[in-house]
Design a protein around this ligand. Structure first.
Ligand SMILES: [Cu+2]
Length: 122
């Protein structure tokens, strides 16, 4: 057996191991990508003392981000206590994810006439 042939024999299992390892890594990455759907985010503006849009329909797993576009503070506060943002100053935002189907009414604590609805469809 020549020295060169022995070196090839030693190299082949290493190359196979590298190739196999790379394939395993790729499979793991693609599985992870398939399992984790990107979180969709819907934006609701707080503008002119109103939520815009005041009624939104979303799919389970969607996040809603409220952004304050007014010059005064607002909150997004669920009527039944499912979530409660802090007082958001101008330009600040608050994000809440919705996983459970249902109809969620909410308001602004300093301005109770500001009302909105998040409908999470089945
Ligand atoms: Cu308000």
């Amino acid at each position: 057996m020549s020295a060169t042939f022995i070196r090839i024999l030693n190299f082949v299992p290493l190359a196979a191991a590298i190739a196999f390892g790379t394939a395993e890594l790729c499979r793991a990455q693609s599985t992870t990508a398939a399992a984790e759907e990107p979180v969709k985010t819907v934006e609701v503006e707080m503008r002119n003392f109103a939520f815009s849009a005041d009624t939104i329909r979303i799919q389970p797993g969607t996040s809603v981000r409220w952004v304050n576009r007014d010059e005064v503070g607002h909150t997004s506060t669920a009527d039944e206590g499912e979530w409660a943002s802090p007082l958001l100053g101008p330009g600040e935002s608050f994000t809440q994810r919705f996983d459970e189907a249902g109809t969620y009414t909410y308001h602004c604590t300093p301005h109770p006439f500001m009302r909105g609805v998040v409908i999470v469809e089945e």
